[in-house]
Design a protein around this ligand. Structure first.
Ligand code: ADP
Ligand code: MG
Length: 257
């Protein structure tokens, strides 16, 4: 965590050691709460755009971690903190479009070279958010992508089911039987809640998924549908790994069109 510096990752500020007990405390920036609290709050169903805005931030942070060859291994609502630009009287009143998420709790994170499976006997993390391969003890950073799928599904279920998510909800394609899943959200789950990690999306590819891409400020570049099509093509070519690169790709299209 000390080595990580990203807008959507909890900022590490330092450590402090107690001269009495000898325990070391980690000092971080302060947040207002975590997504688990928000899911348990009285807030009603979340709209697709708000879910997309939040998931895009988690994917951005995860893409950054994975590029640093780091896997988190415990992505879940309790480990995703938030701050909100506008103070609300209670969590139910928070304007989710103004929320900034901070991925936290790197206790289980570890180094993981890209594309390399690691043999790990530790069944770490939280079972409801586990990728299926964790129980086989042979996995890589793709486990985080599966957890992102579970979190996305749980955000959608907020206000529908009235209880927290379980493994049975997302295993064996159970989620896909739900009738009223919005189209792009369904497509996002189809590439994240994938049993085989090799067929599961990477964080870099998720960043240009239509479910997330609509939260980029494309309206800055309104020059017709042609331009938008070009942007998506070039973005794929660039394999946009961050919103900065997406901006570069958009500028490139604006110049060439
Ligand atoms: N910087 C922070 N700002 C606000 N709440 C925090 C902060 N760090 C932790 N918390 C709260 O404490 C909980 C536990 O912290 P976490 O770092 O996940 O440790 P662990 O899960 O190992 O106990 C979080 O789910 C969150 O509710
Ligand atoms: Mg935690």
């Amino acid at each position: 965590m000390m080595a990580l510096s990203h807008k959507y990752i909890l900022k590490f500020l330092g450590t402090a050691m107690s001269s009495v007990t000898g325990t070391v405390s980690i000092i971080t920036e302060m947040c207002e709460g975590d997504l688990k609290g928000l899911l348990l709050s009285k807030m009603g169903k979340m709209v697709e755009q708000d879910i997309s805005t939040m998931v895009e931030q988690i994917v951005n942070a995860t893409d950054y971690m994975h590029r640093q060859e780091m896997m988190h291994r415990d992505l879940k609502p309790a480990n995703i903190l938030f701050n909100c630009q506008e103070k609300a009287p209670s969590w139910e009143d928070i304007d989710l479009s103004m929320i900034t998420l901070k991925v936290a709790d790197f206790a289980l994170a570890r180094q993981c070279p890209a594309n390399e499976d690691m043999t790990l006997s530790e069944n770490v993390g939280t079972p409801a958010y586990w990728a299926p391969e964790i129980s086989h003890g042979h996995y890589n950073a793709k486990v985080d992508i599966y957890s992102i799928g579970v979190i996305t599904f749980e955000l959608f279920m907020k206000g529908i089911k009235g209880k927290r998510i379980t493994r049975e909800d997302h295993r064996d394609g159970n989620w896909a039987r739900l009738q009223d899943l919005p189209h792009q959200l369904r497509r996002f789950l189809e590439v994240t809640l994938v049993e085989n990690p090799r067929e599961r999306s990477t964080a870099a590819t998720l960043l240009i998924h239509p479910f997330l891409i609509k939260s980029f400020p494309l309206e800055k570049y309104t020059q017709g549908e042609e331009l938008l099509k070009g942007v998506l093509e070039v973005t794929c070519l660039f394999q946009a790994k961050s919103s900065d690169k997406l901006d570069m790709a958009i500028d490139q299209v604006a110049v060439t069109k």
